[in-house]
Design a protein around this ligand. Structure first.
Ligand code: DCP
Ligand code: MG
Ligand code: MG
Length: 368
């Protein structure tokens, strides 16, 4: 690593953003080694008007990217290999990587299945610095999962997130304290969190293309263009972003759903799926020390009609078996319709105020 791994001055936070490279596609290449080095995409069939969910870096060389139609991907690269998604596997890899992150610090904020923020500020010792932690993290993920992540290290969330994208795949980018402007100013405005395609187009039409150009505008200009977000957008131009890493958001519900490989009306298959999904949700609740009072079952029939059924119980529940009891009962009440289903989901909501107690304790323990 070329980056300077020396110690940080006091008063700076050290935030890491880690994101898997070509997540779904890399998991497929890992599990089917004959695909290594080949253009691979994960997504739906082109005859079903499928789209690309993830493209390997070899596929990207042909101009293929996420969200383009599969038919177009094949036109760009006729020798392309398509794999159907295996969501269960990706979810399990995601759980494992989050555990690896949590083995380094409890301050982990997952953003999606394949990425998270880590606050490693307090981990610095005489031997360990944030860039070294980032290196260790990459090594650990590779050793345990045979997958690469790209990592950004910054003094705020927005800098860390932009940095992790700079040297993909298998990259590490450290933006040292005090060098945020140098790093951000040449980048296009859309690198900033929250500036989407429409805003970018508008800014470009004013001749504002880079973060440096945007940073030169005064506060009143920001106010008339960004309204209530003006201050945070302006601060982000300078790398300032006070948002803390929060271990889980104020979530109102936890749920898990799955699209069936083949639509099914078989009660046994459907019950088995409901039990598995209840197990997923139960694990999420248990690992966070949360229990909820409302269980919801979601069903989407073969003709794409989605329905939900929910039931509240008197005492909050957390265990997979308790969630499954309610969810299976809700399912049993639907089976008389003899519908065939393409998607099944289970969720739990109605949490008590204990939701944040575990995190609060961890923070106190860490001396925050
Ligand atoms: N995903 C999806 N549909 C999209 C974008 C993403 O289904 N439009 C899924 C597939 C990706 C995963 O989410 O593998 C993670 O999304 P990322 O944006 O992190 O993309 P990748 O990990 O695939 O690639 P990168 O190396 O750019 O992070
Ligand atoms: Mg990714
Ligand atoms: Mg991602």
């Amino acid at each position: 690593m070329a980056a300077d791994a020396s110690h940080y001055p006091e008063d700076y936070r050290a935030i890491i953003h880690a994101d898997f490279d070509a997540f779904y596609a890399s998991v497929e290449q890992r599990d089917y080694p004959e695909l290594i080095g080949k253009p691979v995409v994960v997504g739906g069939k082109s005859e079903n008007r499928g789209v690309v969910a993830s493209a390997s870096y070899e596929a990207r060389a042909f101009g293929i990217s996420s969200a383009i139609p599969m038919s177009r991907a094949y036109r760009l690269c006729p020798q392309l290999v398509r794999k159907p998604p295996r969501f269960e596997v990706y979810r399990s890899v995601s759980n494992k990587v989050m555990d690896i992150f949590r083995s380094i610090t409890p301050l982990v904020e997952p953003l999606s299945l394949d990425e998270a923020y880590l606050d490693v500020t307090r981990l610095e010792t005489s031997e360990i610095t944030p860039p070294l932690i980032a290196q260790e993290l990459k090594k650990k993920v590779w050793a345990e999962l045979s997958l690469t992540i790209s990592v950004g290290v910054g003094t705020s969330k927005c800098v860390a997130k932009i940095a992790s994208d700079m040297n993909k795949p298998d990259g590490i980018t450290v933006v040292r304290p005090g060098t945020e402007r140098e790093f951000l100013f040449p980048l296009p405005v859309q690198s900033i969190w929250g500036i989407g395609p429409k805003t970018t187009e508008r800014l470009n039409s004013f001749g504002i293309n880079t973060i440096e150009q945007l940073s030169k505008r005064d506060i009143s200009w920001f106010e008339s263009n960004f309204g209530s977000n003006s201050l945070s957008v302006r601060n982000m131009c300078f790398g300032e972003d006070p948002r803390p890493v929060v271990t889980h958001r104020e979530r109102k519900s936890f749920s898990s759903e799955t699209t069936l490989v083949d639509d099914s009306d078989d009660p046994e298959i459907l019950r088995e799926i409901v039990i598995r999904l209840s197990n997923d949700v139960g694990q999420s609740l248990s690992s966070r020390g949360i229990s909820g009072k409302t269980v919801k079952l979601k069903l989407r029939s073969s003709d794409f009609i989605t329905s939900t059924r929910q039931r509240s119980v008197l005492e909050p529940i957390q265990l997979s078996s308790e969630i499954a009891d309610v969810a299976v009962d809700l399912l049993n009440h639907e089976l008389y319709k003899k519908n065939s289903y393409r998607l099944v989901g289970v969720g739990v909501s109605g949490f008590g105020s204990l939701e944040n107690s575990q995190d609060a304790m961890q923070l106190r323990f860490k001396g925050f």
